[in-house]
Design a protein around this ligand. Structure first.
Ligand code: SAM
Length: 213
């Protein structure tokens, strides 16, 4: 089987995608190309992901941006840089702290930020529940890291008063919110589920916003 590359992705180079990212497209494109070239070998994405990188990963991450509100952001369990590096590339006016415990992934995050000109990304190695002394932000993001219940326990100490969590979740988000209800109440969060669209023809993404009451 020949290896997939980014040009196999039908959204690669599309006018809708360029328009969606506007001025920030060159940085996002540089990141998508670097992830497509190195991500499989470096164990960041599976081989099948390259041909659907824009929809499943880049646009899926980008969908969070309108929900972030103001303030500094920490992306917890950033891994390949999803959603953190995509958001930082699109939103250069503020800092994004990428929290990731695995050394080889933090190395990737450093390199990708540097090589793609994403100067507002700060990489912190550690587990979310261990970095509260060095990370204080208004917004926490996460994708594919843990259930809502756990994320609230781990990440509440990283948030300033009034902070929020903006999470990429699957369609079972309402069930997950229900299972987390005691933890949410204890930490004074209320949860909302949104369906967030990006470019025409691309499936909307489920976004959970947890706000402090
Ligand atoms: C399935 S990957 C998802 C990576 C990326 N967010 C994405 O959507 O592609 C989960 C990531 O969370 C990280 N992780 C696991 N436990 C964590 C914790 N307690 N605090 C922060 N990151 C954690 C892992 O090292 C891994 O990079």
């Amino acid at each position: 089987m020949t290896e997939a590359n980014l040009s196999d992705d039908p959204l690669h180079g599309s006018a809708d995608v360029r328009e969606y990212f506007g001025d920030t497209y060159p940085r996002v494109l540089a990141f998508a190309e670097m992830l497509a070239e190195q991500g499989v070998e470096r164990g960041l994405i599976g081989p099948r992901e390259v041909a659907r990188l824009w929809e499943r990963h880049i646009l899926n991450s980008a969908a969070l941006l309108p929900y972030l509100g103001e303030g500094r952001v920490a992306d917890v369990g950033s891994g390949a840089g999803l959603p953190g590096l995509v958001l930082a590339a699109m939103d250069p006016q503020r800092d994004y702290v990428l929290v990731e415990p695995m050394e080889r992934r933090t190395q990737w995050l450093f390199e990708a930020a540097r090589e793609c000109g994403i100067d507002n990304a700060i990489v912190v190695r550690g587990r979310a529940e261990e970095v509260a002394e060095s990370v204080e932000v208004e917004v926490v993001t996460a994708r594919a890291v843990a259930a809502i219940d756990k994320l609230v326990k781990w990440c509440t100490p990283l948030l300033s008063e009034g902070g929020r969590m903006v999470l990429l979740k699957g369609r079972s988000a309402p069930d997950e919110l229900e299972r987390a209800k005691y933890t949410l109440r204890k930490h004074r969060f209320t949860g909302e589920v949104h369906r967030a669209g990006t470019v025409p023809g691309v499936e909307a993404t489920t976004v959970v916003v947890l706000s402090r009451a």
